[in-house]
Ligand binder design. Structure first.
Ligand code: NAG
Ligand code: NAG
Ligand code: NAG
Ligand code: NAG
Ligand code: NAG
Ligand code: NAG
Ligand code: NAG
Length: 915
């Protein structure tokens, strides 16, 4: 064959010498065009943004040298007959720069194949001149960073067999006419990839006339709208249909079951409803079926058990109910099975144990019950197993410990009981993440557990169980360890120095905290709260604060002083020493913690004056000093106008010995409570960055409406001032009336005198007001009746007189609110005023207004069970969509749902939560 071509060549050159001339000139002409094309771009890999070619990228054009025959260049193919460049494959070549619309590439009219995929043309427009390549049958511009409209001239390429313009969502758009042109003209096309091109302006019916020879149609992330079109995609030769991440609604048409050649069907991330048609069970060639993230209902059709070629089945995030069909146990090729986040019930069928090829099995967040079948131990290939969020009971089957490939094991939030088996198992050597939280597991974490992922384990969560003892936890590379809410006693174990996040709260750990813990130089979150730890706080915590962001020692028995020195560059944002026996003092070195948002020193024995210098911490939102021995006046000596507490939202100095007048100077500068712009902003929680990144929740004990409450999250809209139980004297200054975002004001049990300023009537957000046990005189301003949310009001134990305001909220307050004010008259006190009283309000009205008040209050209280852990893990959790792995590890579990919902590109990692 080759020799006969050679013969032909020789003959041609012998008999037609002018042809040789034309060959060489055409050839060198092409070569110089290519060189010019190459020179339009840099190949600086750090600039090219679209290089995800599995690290296969390299600049092919670097080997192109002038003066050599371009037909031998990397990526270039010539027609041997006349040396025309007929194919150019520069995919994954790190080309970066604007794509010139007059590029010399267009001087290669004989191109039949052109692949420029995975380069970065810097949001250039696709030149319409591409329409001149009329010989082109393969055209690939996927992930090239082109932007703007797809030119209609692409439809001139009527010989195209394969067209790939897919890319990052929304960078390219195509209008109805250009798309109609494509569908109409590309009669030969077999592979059409238009993923990510914005088609929101077109109706899916445009695809009505697609060539029946089509094999692949991929329209993922095209923003296609409207009902899923019936019969449109009924192309008999179709192998691949990908409509992932569109806005298609309505039912999945039964007729899809006629596409007998389909191997890949992806309708995920749409709004499809109704049932999964049984007819999908006809698609016997199917290897990949993804219907996840829709609103599909009803049972999983048994017929799916016919799809014997299936390797990937994802029905997660729907509303599927009923049992998992036993027939799925026939899908012996399955490597990936995800049925999570549905409403599936009944037992996990033992037949799933037949699926020996499985590497990922996710049945989490359903209503599955019964025991975990022992047969799951057959899946020796499993790397990911997630059964959490069900109602599984019984013991953890020993067979699971045989899964030597397992990297991610999660059985949290079930009703598993019994103890962690006290035997030695050699399996689970590769485990990276283990979550057994929220079960009823008891006994100890046995010594042998050190063999579990000894080197690999980075995340371990056994919180919310009934464990009593930790024998050992020496995991070498542990980053996140959560033992909280168990019954564990004994000395505080010191984790490996790799630890980032360490929770042992709500246990019975006792003894002193060894300063060895300060070797954990990457520790960011340390929560030792609610234990019986005693002794002094290791002084080295002050140095640790270079990494430490969250330090919670609440409710222990620490005594002595607060660590005196906080290092420069201190990262602390949340520092909680509440409920210990500390004598203080707090030193100004805490100002090194510039980012401090929450400081809670309440319920200690700090005998000191008010640390006024805290006022210069620029982000301090919560200051709790309540129930200490603090004394002295809050009068500010300096008249400097430097900002004081300008971000403060919760200011609690209650139960101390502060004296002198109320701190007008501070109240004037509580800008966060005064700021009008904040009104009506959506409810968010403290600690949320502007970019929605980090998410810290704080737990703060606060007296609300006369009752002790533990706030797990602090809404940014919660503005509370509590100065009660002190020795403040003098009048209530008018300036309180400026705090228009204030929700709660408690000035009770002081020596305040004078009248209640009418300006209090400006506090339109106020929900509770306690002025009781002072020496206030005068009348209750009628304007208070206009406070729309006021639901708790107490002025008892004063010397007020005159009419009690009537109507609205005041109809809901009882006698208690007014006791001990001999001069008050009118409803609800028994003493009448000397006028005709309005009739007492009827019950309905009363109830109505009460429920109005409480509406909008979602007090998140501590002590909730595990079922609602989602979204608010015990008061100290971080939500993080971005990078640092230590955060992701911690939060991924609780917030997986949100993350998946939010994740725009939808590239969730198939049950594998590691990033
Ligand atoms: C690549 O680009 C980066 C950033 O623009 C620049 O810092 C670097 O020097 C460039 N490298 C080369 C080899 O040109
Ligand atoms: C990429 O585009 C930006 C904005 O149009 C432009 O400033 C920049 O010079 C371009 N870079 C290259 C290498 O062409
Ligand atoms: C393309 O046009 C630019 C100006 O728009 C010009 O500088 C450049 O020389 C032209 N390139 C070619 C190959 O014609
Ligand atoms: C386009 O090129 C990229 C990179 O080589 C490749 O992954 C993709 O499959 C190609 N598209 C088609 C339709 O061949
Ligand atoms: C179809 O292609 C021909 C050239 O091949 C072109 O003239 C015509 O405009 C195209 N039709 C559409 C609808 O784009
Ligand atoms: C673990 O696997 C071995 C075979 O490799 C088997 O003999 C043993 O019974 C399995 N253990 C459990 C608990 O299933
Ligand atoms: C605070 O300490 C001083 C001595 O330093 C003492 O006189 C005073 O009684 C203490 N205050 C309280 C309330 O214990």
């Amino acid at each position: 064959m080759a020799s006969s071509y050679l013969f032909l060549f020789l003959c041609l050159f012998l008999f037609f010498p002018q042809l040789y001339a034309s060959f060489s000139s055409s050839g060198s002409h092409s070569c110089s065009s290519l060189i010019q094309f190459k020179n339009s771009f840099s190949t600086n890999q750090t600039n090219a943004a679209y290089l995800s070619c599995d690290d296969q990228s390299y600049p092919k054009t670097d080997s192109w040298k002038e003066g050599t025959d371009c037909c031998s260049w990397d990526g270039v193919t010539c027609d041997h007959l006349n040396a025309h460049v007929i194919a150019l494959d520069l995919s994954c070549s790190s080309l970066y720069g604007n794509f010139p619309s007059n590029t010399t590439l267009f001087l290669l009219p004989h191109l039949q194949k052109l692949n420029l995929a995975y380069n970065d043309f810097n949001l250039s427009k696709i030149p319409s001149e591409f329409g001149q390549f009329t010989s082109l049958f393969y055209f690939n511009l996927s992930h090239t960073g082109f932007a703007g409209e797809v030119p209609s001239q692409v439809s001139h390429l009527s010989k195209l067999v394969s067209l790939d313009l897919s890319g990052i969502e929304e960078q390219l758009t195509i209008d109805k006419y250009a798309l109609e042109g494509l569908v109409h003209n590309l009669t030969e096309v077999r592979h059409l990839f238009l993923d990510g091109i914005n088609m929101s302006s077109v109706n899916a019916h445009v695809f009505m006339n697609l060539s029946s020879s089509l094999r692949s149609l991929s329209l993922a992330g095209c923003d296609l709208q409207g009902k899923f079109p019936k019969n449109i995609f009924d192309l008999p030769n179709l192998n691949l249909l990908n409509l992932r991440r569109n806005q298609l609604s309505g039912q999945i048409p039964r007729s899809l079951g006629n596409l007998l050649q389909l191997t890949h069907l992806d309708l995920s991330w749409n709004r499809l409803s109704g049932q999964i048609p049984r007819s999908l069970g006809n698609l016997l060639q199917l290897t990949h079926l993804d219907l996840s993230e829709n609103q599909l209902r009803g049972q999983i059709p048994r017929s799916l058990g016919n799809l014997l070629q299936l390797t990937h089945l994802d029905l997660s995030w729907n509303r599927l109910s009923g049992q998992i069909p036993i027939s799925l146990g026939s899908l012996l090729q399955l490597t990936h099975l995800d049925l999570s986040w549905n409403r599936l019930s009944g037992q996990i069928p033992r037949s799933l144990g037949n699926l020996l090829q499985l590497t990922q099995l996710d049945l989490s967040e359903n209503q599955l019950s019964g025991q975990i079948p022992r047969s799951l131990g057959n899946h020796l290939q499993l790397t990911v197993l997630d059964l959490s969020g069900n109602q599984l009971s019984g013991q953890i089957p020993l067979s699971i410990l045989n899964l030597t490939q397992l990297e991610y094991l999660r059985i949290a939030e079930n009703a598993l009981e019994g103890s962690i088996p006290d035997e030695f198992f050699t399996g689970l050597k590769s485990l990276e993440s283990l979550d057994l939280s929220c079960n009823k597991i008891e006994g100890k974490i046995p010594q042998w557990m050190q063999e579990v992922g000894n080197v690999s384990l980075t995340y371990f969560n056994v919180s919310h169980n009934s464990l009593t003892e930790v024998e050992h936890f020496p995991w070498k590379n542990i980053e996140s360890l959560d033992l909280s809410s168990n019954l564990i006693s004994g000395n505080l174990p010191i984790p490996a120095s790799t630890i980032n996040v360490f929770f042992i709260s709500n246990n019975s750990f006792n003894g002193e905290v060894s300063s060895l813990i300060c070797n954990a130089s990457s520790l960011r979150i340390l929560d030792l709260s609610h234990n019986n730890l005693s002794g002094t706080i290791p002084q080295c915590f002050g140095n640790l604060s270079n990494s430490l962001q969250f330090l919670n020692l609440k409710k222990n028995k620490f005594y002595g002083t607060i660590p005196p020195t906080f290092a420069e560059g201190c990262q602390l944002t949340n520092f909680n020493l509440n409920g210990n026996l500390l004598e203080g003092p707090l030193t100004p070195s805490i100002l090194n913690c510039n980012d401090l948002e929450v400081l809670d020193l309440g319920n200690n024995k700090i005998n000191d004056t008010f640390p006024h210098w805290l006022g210069s911490l620029p982000y301090l939102q919560v200051l709790v000093l309540k129930s200490n021995l603090m004394h002295g006046s809050l009068r500010v000596n300096s008249s400097k106008s430097s900002p004081f507490f300008s971000k403060i939202q919760i200011f609690d100095l209650s139960n101390n010995y502060f004296s002198g007048p109320l701190p007008v100077r501070y109240i004037n500068s509580f800008k966060a409570i005064i700021n009008l712009e904040k009104i009506g902003s959506t409810v968010s929680y403290m600690g949320v960055n502007d970019d929605g990144g980090d998410f810290y929740t704080y737990s703060i004990g606060i007296v609300m409406k006369g009752q002790d409450r533990e706030l797990v999250k602090i809404f940014t809209m919660w503005m509370i001032i509590d100065l009660s139980n002190n020795q403040f004297e003098g009048g209530i200054p008018e300036v309180f009336g400026k705090l228009n975002l204030l929700k709660g004001l408690n000035l009770s049990h002081n020596n305040l005198n004078g009248g209640i300023p009418t300006s209090v009537g400006n506090l339109k957000s106020l929900e509770w007001l306690d002025l009781s046990s002072n020496r206030l005189s005068g009348t209750i301003p009628n304007r208070l009746a206009d406070l729309p949310f006021l639901s708790s009001f107490n002025v008892s134990g004063n010397q007020l007189h005159g009419h009690i305001p009537q109507g609205k909220q005041f109809n809901t307050f009882g006698n208690d609110s007014y006791q001990g004010n001999k001069g008050l008259c009118g409803f609800p006190v028994s003493k009448g005023c000397n006028i005709i009283e309005p009739p007492p309000p009827n019950v309905l009205e009363k109830d109505g207004s009460k429920s109005n008040i409480t509406f909008g209050w979602k007090v998140v209280l501590i002590g909730y069970g595990c079922g609602v852990v989602f979204g608010m893990s015990v008061g100290y959790v971080v939500f993080q969509t971005g990078k640092p792995k230590w955060l992701v590890n911690l939060v991924e579990i609780q917030h997986e749902k949100k993350r998946r919902r939010k994740s725009k590109d939808g590239s969730r990692s198939n049950g594998r939560r590691r990033i």
